[in-house]
Write a protein that binds this ligand. Structure first.
Ligand code: FAD
Length: 406
């Protein structure tokens, strides 16, 4: 039995254990995770790790000795399949039981799979774990063409790396523009143009009928209009399904993720949930229940949970931020842009350094900054600020954002 058992050895789980020890928690802590690796950074999986620019050792969140030195037990390669909330214990796939005083559920999600025929063929890949990418790297040695289904951040990052590796790449996006779920149209159009300029065949408004097979191996994507897009590898980047079945089966409220309150408490006694799997009312989404899939959210919710466990609770109100690297473009976003009613393009996209400011009810709600760290840093101060009487000249990068924030 551990005083705190964390399930999921990813960003949120690791950060929760670190935060507890940093804040002086003296009880026993264990992290149980189904991957065999020590906790590692996931963002490089579609960036420097896929490209071969960063070896796996440099992805580790902490060296091995850190966990032993801090008395944090790592129970790796063990998947939790059942939660017994009344008895305060979990059961792993191998039948072992682990008791807890407090449970922190930090299990992230699995790549959403296609439902069409061929979705499970060899050569069809999601990108979520080191194992996913290692499998793909082996196949890339002999593959020359890749179809990426889904024009979200992960799909586009992978497309950029694969072009760098000299592969033929097609991106197939169901909506009428890439990044439609997360960004305004000018940003989508900018990234479409960049990818095309780098030789990616970006196709939008595309329906996928099935994955075609040759000798049990994916060999192409059949589109709704009948066209066959031949390829050696298919990457599916269409979002994640949160890993919450054991908690929901134990009676926790939830659906798309597990519901948590402002202290990341689930509806089960002594059970918290954090990170990608935690559905919470986000202040920056005007209280809407959302899941955030970002390192920021994983780290900040981990801190929230550590404070709650230590008896010094503070509600989760952190400002969301995110980044994405594609080619030599560094996108940094702050705030949440959904439901904006006004969009200001600051600077000229073709200069490859510009920002987009999202406004709702005359208040700045978010910024997307491309190769513009200055705007990103100063824009953090701008989220929530009223533009009443201050909006003039905002599209001019020569006018520093900090002038508007004060
Ligand atoms: P994870 O890090 O996924 O950790 C969950 C862990 O729990 C996993 O190891 C999982 O295998 C394990 N697990 C699941 N179920 C069980 C179970 N039943 N029992 C035991 N263990 C279990 N965010 C950014 O902010 N910027 C980026 O540029 C960025 N790029 C990304 C690129 C890729 C390819 C991916 C996949 C993600 C990226 N993200 C990025 C998102 C970011 O990595 C996640 O938001 C973050 O990892 C969430 O942390 P988490 O702990 O909630 O989930």
């Amino acid at each position: 039995r551990y005083d705190v058992l964390i399930v999921g050895a990813g960003h949120a789980g690791a950060a929760a254990a670190i935060a507890l020890r940093q804040r002086g928690f003296a009880g026993s802590i264990a992290i149980a995770g189904d991957e065999p690796e020590l906790p590692y950074e996931r963002p490089p999986l579609s960036k420097e790790y896929l490209s071969g620019d960063k070896p796996f050792e440099r992805l580790l969140l902490r060296p091995a000795g850190f966990w032993t030195d801090r008395g944090i037990a790592l129970i790796l390669g063990r998947k939790v399949v059942t939660v017994d909330a009344a008895d305060h214990r979990v059961v792993t796939a191998d039948g072992g039981a682990i008791g807890y005083g407090t449970l922190v559920w930090a299990t992230g999600g699995c790549p959403r799979r296609l439902t069409c025929s061929g979705h499970d063929l060899a050569g069809v890949h999601g990108i979520r774990t080191r194992a996913d990418v290692d499998r793909m790297i082996v196949e890339l040695e002999t593959a020359s063409s890749v179809a990426v289904i889904g024009g979200g951040y992960i799909g586009l990052e992978a497309a950029a790396v694969l072009r760098k590796l000299g592969k033929d790449v097609v991106v197939l996006e169901a909506q009428d523009r890439v990044l439609a779920r997360v960004a305004g149209e000018p940003l989508s159009r900018f990234y479409e143009a960049e990818h095309r300029a780098h030789g990616v065949d970006v196709r939008t408004g595309i329906g996928v009928t099935c994955i075609e097979e040759r000798d049990g191996q994916a060999c192409g994507v059949r589109l709704a209009d009948g066209e066959m897009v031949a390829c050696d590898i298919v990457i599916v980047g269409i979002g994640i399904v949160p890993n919450v079945e054991p908690l929901l089966a134990a009676g926790a409220a939830g659906g798309n993720g597990v519901d948590v309150d402002t202290h990341c408490r689930t509806t089960l006694p002594d059970v918290f949930a954090i990170g990608d799997c935690a559905a919470h009312a986000n202040r920056y989404a005007h209280g809407a229940i959302i899941r955030l899939e970002s390192v920021q959210n994983a780290n900040d919710q981990a801190m929230t949970v550590a404070k709650a466990i230590m008896g010094t609770p503070e509600p989760y109100e952190a400002l969301p931020w995110f980044w994405s690297n594609q080619y030599d473009l560094k996108l940094q976003t702050v705030g949440l842009s959904a439901n904006y009613d006004q969009l200001i393009v600051r600077g000229i996209p073709s200069s490859r350094s510009f920002s987009i400011i999202y406004v709702k009810n005359n208040h700045v709600i978010a910024l997307d900054c491309v190769n513009s760290t200055r705007d990103y840093v100063q824009g953090k101060m701008l989220v929530g600020v009223s533009l009443q009487g201050k909006a003039e000249g905002l599209e001019d990068p020569a006018r520093p954002l900090k002038q508007i924030a004060v």
